[in-house]
Write a protein that binds this ligand. Structure first.
Ligand code: ADP
Ligand code: S3P
Ligand code: MG
Length: 177
């Protein structure tokens, strides 16, 4: 069975910062031969600056407003592989638009595994900056509630991005047949 026959809907990857949404999204797009959209990249292009500067210069509110526009547009189209930011589902409307128009996949990671990634994330994730590790863990735990809306969950603790993409393909195939 060809991968492109699995689903015509767009696939939306959700999960905490650093769970691997962007990396796995690129891999899935390669495997499916579908367009890949990283919504953070689109937001950064629109503002002409990285996310940390958008937060500093325009504020989180402006970031979230653009995030809503970008995700709404792409999630409604068929056939895209979309990696959204870890805070996207804080907006109820985005949760609804993604859940009703696309296949939402939650990339889950456990706290001990996530902690190992903090050093590579801190410079580019404004939400983590200035927080203690305890505060970050609290945010991590709170955010798990936000990711409860999904169609499929994949725990990625012991998976490479390629294995995660393969697992998603197999699961979607099983759900369709
Ligand atoms: N399965 C994985 N195992 C180990 N490291 C990973 C894995 N997936 C992603 N990473 C690394 O974690 C970091 C964050 O990945 P990224 O795809 O940007 O996450 P997100 O888009 O969810 O914030 C990157 O440095 C990436 O190389
Ligand atoms: O969780 C969040 O609030 C955010 C996550 C980031 O995306 P990643 O989840 O890809 O790191 C990015 O959208 C922004 O820095 C805010
Ligand atoms: Mg990302």
């Amino acid at each position: 069975m060809k991968k492109e026959t699995i689903t015509q809907k767009s696939i939306v990857l959700i999960g905490f910062m650093g769970a691997g949404k962007t990396t796995v999204g690129m891999e899935l797009a390669k495997q499916y031969g579908r367009p890949f959209i990283d919504t953070d990249e689109e937001i950064e292009k629109a503002f002409g600056m990285p996310a940390t500067e958008i937060f500093q210069t325009h504020g989180e509110r402006a970031f979230r407003k653009k995030e809503k526009e970008v995700i709404t547009a792409y999630a409604r189209q068929p056939g895209n592989i979309i990696s959204v930011g870890g805070g996207a589902f804080l907006q109820e409307e985005l949760k609804e638009v993604c859940m009703s128009n696309s296949i939402v996949i939650f990339l889950e990671i456990s706290w001990p595994y996530w902690q190992d990634r903090l050093s590579v994330l801190i410079d580019t994730r404004p939400v983590l900056q200035g927080k203690s590790i305890k505060e970050i863990q609290e945010l991590f735990e709170q955010r798990q509630q936000v990711y409860r809306s999904h169609h499929l969950k994949v725990n990625t603790d012991n998976l490479t991005p390629e294995q995660t993409a393969q697992h998603i393909f197999t699961e979607l195939q099983q759900q369709e047949h």
